[in-house]
Design a protein around this ligand. Sequence first.
Ligand SMILES: Nc1ncnc2c1ncn2[C@@H]1O[C@H](COP(=O)(O)OP(=O)(O)O)[C@@H](O)[C@H]1O
Ligand SMILES: [Mg+2]
Length: 260
Amino acid sequence: MATDATPNASSESALPALELKGLSKSFGGLHAVRGVTFKLMPGDRKAIIGPNGAGKTTLFNLITGIFPSSSGQVLLYGRDVTAWSSHRRTALGMARTFQVTHLFPKLTVLDNVLLAIKGLRPSKYVMWRFMSSYPDVYEKAHGLLERAQFMDRKDTEVRFLSHGEQRQLEIVLGLASDPKILLLDEPAAGLSSGESVEMSEFLQGLDPKLAILLIEHDMDVVFDVASNISVLHFGEMLESGPAEQIRQSAKVREIYLGTE
Ligand SMILES: Nc1ncnc2c1ncn2[C@@H]1O[C@H](COP(=O)(O)OP(=O)(O)O)[C@@H](O)[C@H]1O
Ligand SMILES: [Mg+2]
């Protein structure tokens, strides 16, 4: 495991990995996210649920800096990053997966990981071949694939993986930047029920020190992975609490779980 040479590593662990204070976003007259306050501690596993259009993806876009917020603050390890670019936030230890696939289907699993580690695109093929001859890049790729239990498929072209395996591999690529916070936007979307179970197991097998914030519609995945759930409704945090409390909440059932 990587040794953390940061001098304030111990004080960092007492701070929330991610904190949102009164975060809001309007698109013209539409208040997509309204005054969201939220904390994610190191190693926390939390989920955000809510009906379509509730503002979940917008909230991720505010956290990652893809959209500027209309008001409120985003803090990473106590640092106000509200005005920071997406790139600078990533450098502080945040990774995100998207609903659209970012994999290169005709390259092998290992090649996809190597490219992710070096942040390269296949168009820089020559550069990549050069880079991949460095043992440290290979070592890191192998480490990532081993921890994700993908070594048996490292030479498989991505297009021959199942849809579920491809979604897992996307998360492995997200881990290439050694994030401390992982944001997952519907990782089980479009998966069969068997693949969703495998996704749950895969997520539960990730490094326990990694903080995970999960947006997910598949409630089995939510209850398997997250210990704490927040419900977003018309851009507002309607209720937050332990998974069991949310499961039993009449209000939540009415607006969300009941609609399944
Ligand atoms: N870039 C955008 N421009 C205008 N409206 C948007 C934009 N992104 C999202 N919205 C609107 O914000 C609301 C919340 O959307 P979204 O965050 O995608 O919801 P969810 O992910 O919970 O389904 C929706 O009404 C959506 O139409
Ligand atoms: Mg969404």
